[in-house]
Design a protein around this ligand. Sequence first.
Ligand code: HPA
Ligand code: ZN
Length: 322
Amino acid sequence: EQLRRRLQAMPKAELHIHIEGSLEPELIFELAQRNGISLAYPSVEALRQAYDFTDLQSFLDIYYAGASVLLTEQDFYDMTAAYLRRAAADNVRHAEIFFDPQTHTARGVPFGTAINGIWRACQEGPISASLIMCFLRHLPEEDALATLEQALPHRDKLIGVGLDSSEVGHPPEKFARVFERARELGLHLVAHAGEEGPPAYIDSALDVLHVERIDHGVRCLDDPQLVQRLARERMALTVCPLSNIKLRVFDVMGSHNLRRLLDAGLAATVNSDDPAYFGGYVNANYLAAFEALPLDERHARQLAVNSFEAAFLDADSKRAFL
Ligand code: HPA
Ligand code: ZN
């Protein structure tokens, strides 16, 4: 109980949250009704019951279906404002939020509708927030390049680009050109790697894409040389414990490797990934990991410090938040 309060009260940054994954079933139903969309599930409870995943792809199918209720700028605003309120309640001081424009533009929702709604909510608080646009790796690089073009009028609303969706079979090097272009634009670079995919994808995210953080990255422990490199470079890993259990990257929380990552000297952080789908926001992730693993007060402090150190903030802001 004391641990719960300490984890709750600790100031933290959240660096791995897909805003479409914060869409709670209740809000999915509300937006469907508002937009005259009929859902494949009769009730909030029936939808929530469908959240029983066997791997990343089984989650992505239902996650993209959920996002299909987002049509207007107000919808994107309402979703984002709800996340920011929940993050603030968990003492998140700063969030770097992923969004997936292609999930929306592919349905005919304009790029501007999505980013303007999300951005307006971020401007209004109650916490500091910035935006990272993710490319869907199951689609061709040409689509990602076209998406980056669409983002140009909104350049000032973005701090970076990322890479998400189905990992295996879609290695980072597939997106070398679009990341090169994003780099020329001065955007920060991150990529999901080593969630379901092999350690080699972490290497190529670093060597080919030149990313500054690895999202997930938990499979790095399969490659001791890679671990040494990640430790030497203080490369941050945005670990998402509940996600890893729900998507069966690990069988149970007691076998999660978070403690081993920290022991190896890696800059691990704790994040929620898709909190509406995986059973909780960032504090629920800290708590689940700390209840199941040999982690103490010092690990908690280290994880929080890591979260600010890995954030795309200037040094003064980091100090002010901690
Ligand atoms: N991995 C890949 N793609 C995603 C995820 C994830 O954890 N969450 C939302 N899109
Ligand atoms: Zn993710």
